[in-house]
Ligand binder design. Structure first.
Ligand code: NI
Length: 172
């Protein structure tokens, strides 16, 4: 297992659309292990392969509700049903320092595959549903800040670029 480095905004590789997994072999299993390890190391509640510059449709999630680990992963996830909307407060390991409310589906049904290629469906609501939607967005090259109103997004982007500039001046 290995902790992988996470791409940070405005890296253009975060904009790539991930490809469907069609080989369910040890490379995929190693990727899943590494995604979980990287997600926990960075205290994230979700991670998409896109964020570690691997452009396959794979994501890991652990909402860590009530302090308990509840890890799961999805390969080739697709939202096949959704109901309702809610305001989801989100941040992102690839957009450190930015937090804002995003409109998400409140209830979703997802069809996905496991690491052997077996199909299954999963239902999720609220926070867990928001994480899955956020990670599927990553697989499509989309960031949560893209979903903010243009006024909010401009403000957030200005702050982030100033922050990145500051950080670049202090790299050794
Ligand atoms: Ni994210």
């Amino acid at each position: 297992m290995a902790i992988l480095s996470i791409l940070r905004y405005p890296d253009p590789r975060l904009r790539k659309k991930a490809k469907k997994v069609d080989v369910f072999d040890s490379t995929l299993h190693a990727l899943l292990d590494n995604l979980f390890e990287t997600m926990y190391a960075d205290e994230g509640v979700g991670l998409a392969a896109t964020q570690v510059n691997i452009h396959w449709r794979v994501l890991t999630v652990d909402p860590m509700e009530n302090g308990h680990k509840q890890p799961f992963y999805l390969v080739n996830p697709e939202i096949i049903h959704h109901e309702g909307t809610f305001d989801s407060q989100e941040g992102c390991l690839s957009v450190p320092g930015a937090y804002d409310n995003v409109k998400r589906h409140q209830h979703i049904t997802v069809r996905a595959q496991d690491k052997t290629g077996e199909f299954f469906t999963l239902q999720a609501s609220d926070f867990k549903a928001a994480i899955i939607q956020h990670e599927i967005d990553h697989l499509n090259g989309k960031l949560f800040i893209d979903r903010l109103s243009s006024i909010k997004r401009d403000r957030v982007v200005k702050e982030l670029l100033a922050l990145n500039h500051w950080a670049k001046d202090r790299q050794f």
